[in-house]
Design a protein around this ligand. Sequence first.
Ligand code: URA
Length: 196
Amino acid sequence: MPDDSLEKIASEIIGCPLCKLSRNRKNAVPGEGQVSAKIIFVGEAPGKNEDEQGKPFVGAAGRILNIAMEKAGIKRSEVFITNAVKCRPPDNRAPEADELSSCRPYLERQISRISPKIICVLGGTAYSSILGGKSITADRGKLIRSKGQKYFLTVHPAAAIYNKSLRATLENDLFNLSKEIQRIENPDNQSILDYT
Ligand code: URA
């Protein structure tokens, strides 16, 4: 779609009738951030706070994500944050297969419009939906290339709400993600000392 824009995609998401999640939402949550973003973060689905505000990651999981991003030197204002599904599942259950597949074209359009350097996959639902991954616990911290797109895998911030050790895991992973972005931007700057 040559004239696709983030605004056009968002307005389609806001009026989307494609799956049953549309019936009970207060607000769809298309995502937010810059078209120039180098990183797209993809979570699972909006929760209660996100459904009320129409914005991604604004509740407890969002606060954990914000802290981890800040510690890694990643500015929220410079990335794009969205979810695998854009409407809240009832009682915060995991999104179902038909919901993920109805919503996937929106995520694909957001990705192709932004053309990020890396997609940061947050948690197992996004991992299995986007890449067919089986275990985020086993694979977190890894960088993957698939069909010319780089992906970085980490745990979902909500998993770190009650498991404090996962906060350090998330923070460490995002630090490595920021290093990877620096490597992509400065391929010459690979900790090689110039010998003169
Ligand atoms: N959990 C998610 O996966 N996404 C949000 O936006 C908030 C909580």
